[in-house]
Structure formats: structure tokens, C-alpha cells
Design a protein around this ligand. Structure first.
Ligand SMILES: [Zn+2]
Length: 405
């Protein structure tokens, strides 16, 4: 959470001094990490602490710790970018500095926040926005790490973090979640439901628009860059992920259930998104539909203390959850390519529903799987869930529509 505070000149210059020396330590720390090929905070600190302490005698010593931590984080994310071929510089460049603080370097009270500087502690008095009180008055607490950044016009931006500790509960049931290219399916109260995300379709749509923008032009062109930025592909996908994760986690939390997910690898498995030839594009679709979606759910679940079980993903949609026999999908089943037939019982199954029951079984659930119901081969597909308050409400709404039909 960001607090903007206008301060007097002497406070600002005391903080400016800290910022300048912090930047120097940070740069040293990054250089040390690069030349010693390490991103480890402990190793960087061990390597530079003594000499930096000598150089910055009256800078509170904990700034050296936090600068080393900052360097370690920057090196880490730089390495990740490099692996993806997205790093455009030789080393992480330190353009803007946000000074990191630990519990020794700042103290919080509702009247003033104090920050250590070379000239002792300075005080800033923020006005708190509404959202602050919404967190402050609940079980959330203020974390010991904070940051500040200096802006023009004697303005300090101070960042505080709210945290909460929640212990996961003993689950009373399971909500399996199956991720797919264009939908996410869930099994709530024994009812399978497909929630349309259109992730693949959306990614391909953006790819098409991106190509039209850059064809015959350089991506360094200002106008091109602006147009690409305005596509806001990432923002929109993040939005969908967050909302979906929230719906699922809330449902699990209210029914005290555990969420069951496939333990998918970070890299695109061979058999997935295979109709896309472009490697980069395949990876993008896989990430947004599978790995990032999975992470969004796990993250949200952690926030609510909802347990998540990751189970083996192999053959979850090709084995009949009732008979254990193979389910055969005909590639040319026309309008129902995702519906297969069990070799033993000859009953029909929708691929995603099979996966849901198998995930649940793998999580250790032994309750019987319904056989041959309409939903098992023709589950309802919902598209208007983005504005829904809960999974229950949209499932009920859908039922109402069906009854009217
Ligand atoms: Zn069967």
C-alpha cells in the first residue's frame, strides 16, 4: 500500500542522503553478485559488508543489509529475464531506487512513521487512505519490511505491506479444479461446471493484433511501442486469473474444502497446446492458461488458509473414474470432440469432467462417482462468471435458466 507524504526540506534532504548512499551500496552489491556469480543475499552480504561499512560510516548499518537483499532480488529477477531472453542489458541497471527498510530502520505509529537516517530519525506524518483502515482494523498486520521512494516536490512515497498468518484448516471435502486452454472446470457439490476463460483464443487474438501492428516496422518505434502497450494483454489476463482464483478459493473456504490441482510443470509438456507451431506462442498460452492460473489459485488459497493438494497429472482425462478402463475419444466427433466413450461401460464422458473425478480420487476421496448422468458428458459451460459474487450464485442462476428453457 502506497502512502504519499509531503515533507519539509530538512526531512527530505536527510532521506535524500540515505537514498544516495543506499544506491552506492546497492550498485556495489550487484557488481559483487555478478562477478562472483551469485544471487544469494548471505554471500553478497558476507562479501561486501565490511568494506561498505568502512565507506559509509554514519549510515545506519541495516541499510547495508537491506541493500544486499535488494541486490539479491534484482539479480534473481535479472537472471530469470535472461533465461527467457528478455534481458536487454549486460547487467541489471539501477535506474530508480526504492530504499528498502527492515524493522530496525523504521517504526510505525498512527501519528508518525519514523525512519533512520544519517542524522538520526526523521518523522513523516501520512494521511491514511480508506483502504488502509479496511486492513488495519482486521486480522491483517503491518509487516516489518517497508520501502520509500523520493519524488519531486519534497514528496515521499512510503510503501507498507500488510500480512496475515492463517493456518490451513483440516479439509472436510475436495474441490477439484481442472485447467484447460479455454476453460477452467470445477466440481462443486458434486456438480461439474466449466467456466469459460477463452485464454487461448484471447492470446491468439492478441498475437494477431500484435503482428498487424509490428509488420514492417521496428518495435523500437515510439508509435509502435505505444500501440503495443495499449493492447494491455497482460493486465486483462491477470484480471481474469485473479477473479477466477478468488471465486474458487472463496467457495473452498466457505465449505472448508481443499482445492485439488494437477501438479503441472513450469515448462510446456509435449502433449499440450500442440496444435500451435510457434514455440514462443505455445509457451505464452501454456503459461497463461496453466502455470500462471495454477499459481494464482495457490497464492489466493494461501491468503485464505485453504489447503491445496497437487496431484499427479498423468492420464487424468483418459481413464474412466468408475471402471478404470480407457476412455476413447474420436478425433472427429464433430461438435463434441471432447466427449469420449468408456471402453468397458460404454457410457459417455466429457474430458474435463473425467479429469475432475480423477483429480478428486487422486486426492484421496473415496465417495462414489455418479455413472452416466447428463452432466458427466454435457456439463454446463458458463461464460458470464467474471462479475459473479460466488460460484454458487452463478451455478444456481444457470439452473434457473435451464428450467425456464
Ligand atoms: Zn466407465
Amino acid at each position: 500500500m502506497k502512502l504519499r507524504v509531503r515533507v519539509d526540506y530538512s526531512t527530505y534532504s536527510a532521506l535524500k542522503e540515505v537514498e544516495e548512499e543506499y544506491r552506492e551500496v546497492l550498485e556495489e552489491a550487484i557488481n559483487y553478485g555478478l562477478s562472483n556469480e551469485t544471487t544469494s543475499f548471505t554471500r553478497i552480504k558476507a562479501g561486501i559488508y565490511k568494506s561498505e561499512r568502512e565507506k559509509h560510516k554514519d549510515l545506519p548499518s541495516h541499510f547495508i543489509y537491506t541493500a544486499c537483499e535488494d541486490a539479491s532480488e534484482r539479480l534473481d529477477s535479472f537472471q530469470k529475464l535472461k533465461k527467457r531472453g528478455r534481458a536487454y542489458t549486460e547487467k541489471p541497471s539501477v535506474r530508480r531506487v526504492t530504499v528498502h527498510l527492515d524493522d530496525h530502520l523504521w517504526k510505525f505509529s498512527l501519528d508518525t512513521i519514523s525512519i533512520s537516517t544519517k542524522k538520526g530519525r526523521v518523522l513523516i506524518s501520512p494521511t491514511f487512505p480508506k483502504i488502509f483502515w479496511r486492513y488495519y482494523n482486521t486480522e491483517w498486520r503491518i509487516a516489518s519490511e517497508a520501502r520509500f521512494r523520493l519524488m519531486k516536490g519534497n514528496v515521499v512515497e512510503f510503501f507498507i505491506v500488510f500480512k496475515r498468518d492463517v493456518k490451513p484448516y483440516e479439509p472436510k471435502g475436495f474441490i477439484p479444479v481442472d485447467l484447460n486452454e479455454n476453460s477452467v472446470s470445477v466440481l462443486v457439490d458434486g456438480k461439474p461446471t466449466l467456466l469459460e476463460t477463452n485464454t487461448k483464443r484471447i492470446t491468439l487474438g492478441y498475437e494477431y493484433r500484435r503482428k498487424t501492428i509490428i509488420t514492417g516496422r521496428s518495435t523500437k518505434d515510439r508509435e509502435v511501442r505505444g500501440k503495443l502497450k495499449r493492447l494491455r494483454e497482460r493486465d486483462k489476463k491477470v484480471d481474469v486469473r485473479r477473479k477466477l482464483a478468488k471465486l474458487i478459493v472463496k467457495e473452498a473456504f466457505e465449505s472448508r474444502s481443499a482445492i485439488v490441482l494437477e501438479d503441472l510443470p513450469g515448462r510446456t509438456p509435449e502433449h499440450m497446446v500442440k496444435d500451435i507451431k510457434d514455440k514462443q506462442l505455445r509457451l505464452r498460452i501454456y503459461r497463461s492458461a496453466f502455470s500462471s492460473m495454477k499459481n494464482a489459485i495457490i497464492e489466493k488459497a494461501r491468503e485464505f488458509g485453504v489447503p491445496v493438494l497437487l496431484v499427479n497429472p498423468s492420464h487424468t482425462s483418459t481413464v474412466c473414474p468408475v471402471h478404470g478402463a480407457k476412455i476413447v475419444y474420436q478425433p472427429d466427433r464433430g461438435d463434441a470432440p471432447r466427449v469420449g466413450v468408456c471402453e468397458k461401460g460404454k457410457e459417455r464422458w466429457h474430458r474435463d469432467v473425467v479429469a475432475l473425478y480423477n483429480l478428486k480420487k487422486r486426492a484421496g476421496d473415496v465417495s462414489p462417482v455418479p455413472l452416466g448422468s447428463k452432466e458427466s458428458h454435457d456439463p454446463p459451460t458458463l461464460s458470464g462468471w467474471l462479475r459473479a459474487k460466488s460460484l454458487h450464485s452463478i451455478m444456481n442462476e444457470h439452473k434457473m435458466i435451464e428450467m425456464k428453457v
